[in-house]
Design a protein around this ligand. Structure first.
Ligand code: ASP
Ligand code: MG
Length: 281
């Protein structure tokens, strides 16, 4: 299949407001004009996953309302309707909270935390579809975590992993959709179809896995820093921006504290030989 796939991932700060979504729109329009099909992988709005995690600990209605209010604010900024997602999200979150109260611990927590990516992509799809041919995809149908019964239930539900590789079924599914496909980072499903998470910061990993499944040459991680530096630029002003790194070097840097790309993302990309391009929004 000779389709040109551009796979772009946007993190929490890059999906938080109107200027950021305008940037995303312009980038997508450029990619489409160049003849690419685009897979857009998004994180939750910055801070939302942590707030959802606090909500799981302290299930207070006003706290739930505040999380939704952040999304309503973004929708108003982007001038999109809340009709197709607001009540669904509220019910889903309330349902997760009552499951948590009944002791359905990890499964309900995973479902609750996954709401952030569900919401950001719902709002993003509504906004972008005013300008581009966009389909929203529920990634849980296609990104299935590997079974690791030897791991703790917390790891299996909240920090699952997926096998990296080409997936012709996924290629065909995406090729039959509109030219731009928007989907969730951080989220996958287990063999039973229940929501699992790829660990905090896991959207990078999703993007690398999905680029690998599509056979894309590269995955673009759009973030708010220019890339990997030879040292922490906040501490060492002479730190150099690194032009190009091997996977092993990038992994070493991630192990010694560089937080630009998640190590599981680097590992997934290495397995399929997908180039990770870091871009500053
Ligand atoms: N939203 C998730 C987190 O905050 C995943 C991600 O942003 O990569 O951990
Ligand atoms: Mg991140």
């Amino acid at each position: 299949m000779s389709q040109n796939w551009a796979v772009l991932k946007f993190g929490g700060t890059s999906v938080a407001g109107k200027p950021q979504w305008e940037t995303i729109r312009e980038l997508l329009q450029q990619k489409v004009a160049e003849g690419n099909r685009v897979l857009l992988v998004c994180s939750a709005i910055s801070g939302i996953t942590s707030r959802l995690s606090e909500l799981a600990e302290h299930p207070v209605e006003s706290f739930l309302d505040a999380i939704l209010a952040t999304h309503v604010k973004l929708a108003i900024e982007l001038d999109v309707s809340t009709d197709s997602w607001l009540e669904i999200a509220r019910q889903r979150m309330q349902n997760c909270l009552s499951r948590l109260q009944q002791g359905d611990d990890h499964a309900a927590r995973a479902d609750l935390l996954a709401t952030g990516e569900w919401l950001s992509t719902q709002i993003g799809a509504s906004f972008l579809s005013q300008f581009l041919p966009v389909d929203w995809l529920d990634i849980r149908k296609y990104l299935i975590a590997r079974e690791e019964p030897e791991l703790s239930p917390a790891r299996q539900w909240l920090s699952a992993s997926c096998v990296a590789g080409v997936d012709q079924n996924f290629q065909q599914t995406c090729s039959a959709l509109k030219q731009v496909v928007i989907t969730q980072g951080y989220i996958a499903a287990n063999a039973a179809g229940c929501t699992v998470l790829l660990g905090r910061g896991g959207s990078d990993t999703s993007a690398a896995l999905l680029a690998g499944r599509l056979g894309a040459e590269s995955v673009e991680i759009w973030t708010d820093v220019p890339g990997l530096f030879s040292a922490d630029p906040r501490l060492i002003p002479q730190a150099r921006l690194l032009e190009e790194l091997e996977y092993s070097e990038a992994l070493e840097m991630a192990a010694s504290g560089a937080k630009v790309v998640h190590p599981s993302c680097i590992r997934a990309a290495a397995e399929t030989g997908t180039i990770i391009i870091i871009r500053d929004t």
